[in-house]
Ligand binder design. Structure first.
Ligand code: RIB
Length: 301
């Protein structure tokens, strides 16, 4: 598959601690690492490792982090010619707090916020060449809306991963994409469900009201999706979770890479890829290559 990711690139400052501090509190951490991240870049890497031909439209600053991130993406066989260098703004960064395998993240967008519709328009050839276009929400909404319209206009598959959780997603961004892939929190946000609603409430809402193009990732509980007008559930693969950072990105990148498979198979492969991704620390360290994924799925039968 030819996958075009229009999305963010970050450098992740990852801090691991047994507990997370309350506001005003200081705690000791156990580990620190500077790693590569950004939902867009992570998704691009996941798709490339699984055999897709991947290109990116994105933005970095004119700084060491931007050069490093771009170089690393090239090393993953990703076409980086659509990465714009923005003068006077830093490359995006994320402070990732990992605790007990789970994480919370603060993103400072930097150059990601400076990506423009014109930057995407300049790379029209990449849109025309793609089978699947994948976007998440760490870039300006205007860019995502433009990508969505272009995908619709040229008959391209469009996956919208509405992460981080959107506050006011325009109706078109819910209705037009081939697939919208929120997690439980993002789903609740999109449909105005109470902030701390239970997973069961989301499942109920999904079965009753959600349209065919909606797919919900539910962490270790698997994935809800539609197939031939019926709500379906793919169970999670049981693994030893070390760090869930990037699991959603792996799922979305894999889904794009396997988009030509029947939906059920694509979802199963992407769920397995996401499961493998949490078995190593860092957003990308656990992302499988195709051989590893195949082996895992065979052994798991
Ligand atoms: O989804 C994980 C990613 O979210 C991290 O790599 C971080 O950069 C943030 O974008």
């Amino acid at each position: 598959m030819k996958v075009l990711v229009i999305g963010s690139i970050n450098t992740d400052f990852v801090v691991e601690s047994n507990i997370l501090p309350e506001l005003g509190e200081t705690v000791f951490g156990q580990d620190f690492a500077m790693l590569s991240g950004g939902k867009g870049a992570n998704q691009a890497v996941a798709a490339a490792r699984l055999g897709a031909t991947v290109s990116m439209i994105a933005a970095v600053g004119d700084d060491e982090m931007g050069r490093r991130e771009t170089k690393l993406l090239k090393q993953e066989n990703i076409d980086t010619s659509g990465i714009h260098i923005k003068i006077g703004v830093p490359t995006g960064v994320a402070v990732v707090n990992v605790s007990q395998g789970d994480n919370c993240i603060i993103v400072v967008s930097g150059a990601n916020a400076a990506l423009t519709v014109d930057d995407i328009r300049e790379q029209q050839d990449k849109i025309l060449a793609a089978d699947v276009i994948l976007c998440s929400l760490e870039i300006p909404l205007a860019c995502v809306e433009y990508a969505n319209q272009q995908a619709y206009k040229y008959g391209k598959k469009f996956i919208l991963n509405p992460a981080p959780a959107p506050h006011d997603l325009p109706d078109e961004l819910v209705a037009l994409p081939t697939l919208v892939t929120p997690n439980l929190i993002e789903y609740a946000q999109i449909f105005g469900l109470p902030e701390h609603c239970q997973a069961a409430d989301v499942v109920h809402h999904f079965k009753q009201y959600s349209q065919e193009n909606m797919l919900v990732t539910c962490g270790r509980h698997g994935v809800l999706y539609h197939h031939h007008s019926y709500a379906q559930r793919q169970s999670g693969f049981k693994v030893n979770t070390l760090d869930s950072t990037g699991a959603g990105d792996t799922f979305n990148g894999a889904l794009a890479a396997f988009f030509d498979m029947p939906r059920r198979e694509a979802v199963r492969h992407a769920t397995a890829a996401a499961a493998l991704s949490v078995t190593r620390k860092g957003a990308r360290n656990g992302m499988p290559f195709i051989e590893e994924l195949k082996r895992f799925m065979q052994e798991y039968q």
